[in-house]
Design a binder for this molecule. Sequence first.
Ligand code: ADP
Ligand code: MG
Length: 386
Amino acid sequence: MSEEKSIIATLQPFIQEGWNKSGFKKPTTIQKQSIPLILQGKDVVAESPTGTGKTLSYLLPLLHKIDPGKKSVQALILAPSQELVMQIFGEFQKWSEGSGIRGASFIGGANMKRQLEKLKKNPHVVIGTPGRTFELIKQKKLKMHEVKMVVLDEGDQLLIPEHADIVKNIIKTTLSDRQIALFSATLTSRTEEGAKSLANEPEVIRVKKDEAISSSNVDHIYFVSEQRDKIKLLEKAARLKGIRALVFVKDIGNLQVLAEKLHYKKLQVEVLHSELKKIERQKALKNFRSAENNLLLATDVAARGLDIKGITHVIHFDFPKDVNQYVHRSGRTGRLGESGTVISFVTDREERELKKFAKELKIPVHKKVFYKGEITDERSKTEKES
Ligand code: ADP
Ligand code: MG
């Protein structure tokens, strides 16, 4: 038996069956490193690039440890957006099949009464956003005393000031012998310190690049434009054949204006941001996932963790605030070795920033232009024109 197979072989039969059904050839690097540690009961703080299979890195050992014979909540998974919680819950359902393990998801905006009904069914695994989860704990509806594991997916985002206090308060409601596992694609030293103060002598894992997965399938290109002309570029991009793009826009007001302008041009676009109702957010994502629309305009709520098949392009319409944001947004395409294109629309000033990011990330970025509805190099355009 190969070394890789043997990790899966240490897990419960229902997980092995799921693995065989998944068609996955072998565990990814982060899976190989984190699964044994979590099984041993160690706290883990892990960094691994976007799209390298972090979800199963914690979900498989977590499921392995659940005792379905008990009635208590034994594991809690926190994630920073409603969409990500629902996605993780989907993975939970798939991988827990036939195990008798019950799970429940809790997100803001959802009907409280229905959420309380879910708790009455005695879930073993709870997946939630911090706000709603803490609300349920405070109301004493969600009992934490038998929680043996807390996972912070997109952990660095959960430890930014906006969420950190709630997350810490949630962790404080668990007994001190619980295990903590934190995962992110970008682990700053500040997050690492923050995590270390919550966890118990955690093992720190840093996977820089998954050697099994070549990230060179993702092209990084950019177009230079004045801010006000970026919409023209977007319109051209939207008309590229077969494009399915996730477009990042900084603020909700601009996003809505942009969507209206594109609708007016007869382009089908979906929008996703935090001021929409839960049901509208779900519908936007569903329509986009089922490829009825070719553009999804989103704020950074969509930057983290979403694993959507077939995103051909990520477009930074508004420039990311820092290099980590560039990494997370861009990571929505080219998942697990698939190909993809990352496009940045940049002003002159942003072009300089982008070049700095590229240098830091050690990726080549290429300047492009549109010519007759196609993306080309600048040089070939002038050649054709002259
Ligand atoms: P991350 O959290 O690191 O961004 P995900 O956990 O969302 O990545 O996984 C990305 C994709 O890779 C998912 O579609 C998942 O089903 C798939 N995947 C996970 N593990 C493997 C594996 N060992 N082999 C092939 N595909 C995998
Ligand atoms: Mg993830």
